[in-house]
Design a protein around this ligand. Structure first.
Ligand SMILES: Nc1ncnc2c1ncn2[C@@H]1O[C@H](COP(=O)(O)OP(=O)(O)OP(=O)(O)O)[C@@H](O)[C@H]1O
Ligand SMILES: [Mg+2]
Length: 273
């Protein structure tokens, strides 16, 4: 069953230099419980696609098309209805957690306000939920994390806090925009595994925007490739990596295979005795 069904979505920006077509007629549907990766070059329109779903765009943006979420069309519903959907039924993890977190509020306050605002729970209940979410995201010492300010945590810990914020209200759909950005390869795999486990445990549908093909391969059931504001290919993950169809996809997968085999065949480095 389809959870989200995007039909012919177009997002343009009016700029001093004329219109910029960031998303150019995208149709994409994601089934409930599926983990769907969107990959593609920088500037392809991946983030704007995600932000268009949630209507989180600046005033110079013009959106056309239809976005059905659980059968309800989001682009035509009221802003009040959108506010209810955002943060509860659909949550988004943004590209840069440090930029999206409030630097002068401790993380406990920022975590607790999500269920308090969207579900009307008490502070004590919200606190319990926040501790649970941080534990699920494998953050050591959640109590201490709650008292910390964003600048006091490492990049990997902040990404996990961002995931905890994303799942604290158990959304139907989690949109994660580059949740591994800025992490080293080992941490990217760890955070990816955490995301996978949480989505499995709570049947959360995931729309994952990433440049990390290895994580898209291991985490997702389906893959879409975006080029120049359009989706040029959507396929089941295994068949995509075995036999990509579009010329750009072929180049991506070739580079990925080359890189993976180079790493696998590299001699293990050892320090001189
Ligand atoms: N506010 C804006 N005004 C004008 N153009 C914009 C605006 N925001 C984004 N764009 C343009 O929209 C296009 C798509 O941007 P987007 O951020 O979605 O790319 P992306 O695929 O997410 O790239 P990356 O992988 O680097 O994050 C880019 O050409 C970008 O310059
Ligand atoms: Mg982006």
């Amino acid at each position: 069953m389809r959870l989200i069904d995007i039909q012919n979505l177009e997002t343009r920006f009016d700029t001093e230099n004329g219109p910029v077509a960031a998303v150019n007629g995208v149709s994409l549907s994601v089934d409930r419980g599926c983990r769907h990766a969107v990959i593609g070059q920088s500037g392809a329109g991946k983030s704007i696609l995600a932000l268009s779903i949630l209507r989180l765009l600046p005033d110079n943006a013009r959106i056309r098309g239809e976005v059905f979420f659980k059968g309800r069309e989001l682009l035509s519903c009221s802003m009040e209805a959108m506010r209810e959907i955002r943060g509860k039924a659909i949550m988004m993890i943004f590209q840069n957690p440090l930029a999206t977190l409030n630097p002068v509020l401790d993380l406990g306050t920022q975590l607790c306000e999500i269920p308090m605002c969207h579900e009307g729970v008490t502070y004590a209940q919200a606190r319990q939920r926040a501790l649970e979410a941080l534990t699920l995201c494998e953050l050591p010492d959640p109590e201490r994390v709650m008292q910390s300010y964003p600048f006091q945590l490492s990049g990997g810990m902040l990404q996990r806090v961002a995931i905890a914020m994303g799942i604290i209200c158990r959304p139907d759909l989690l949109i994660a925009d580059e949740p591994f950005k800025g992490l080293d390869a080992r941490l990217q795999q760890q955070v990816g595994a955490t995301l996978y486990r949480i989505c499995q445990t709570f049947s959360i549908t995931l729309l994952l925007i990433t440049h990390n093909l290895k994580i898209a391969h291991s985490l997702c059931d389906r893959v879409s490739v975006m080029v120049g504001g359009r989706i040029v290919e959507t396929a089941a993950t295994e068949s995509f990596f075995a036999c990509p169809d579009h010329a750009y996809s072929k180049r991506l997968v070739e580079a990925y295979d080359l890189f993976s085999s180079a790493i696998e065949s590299a001699p293990e480095r050892r320090c001189a005795p």
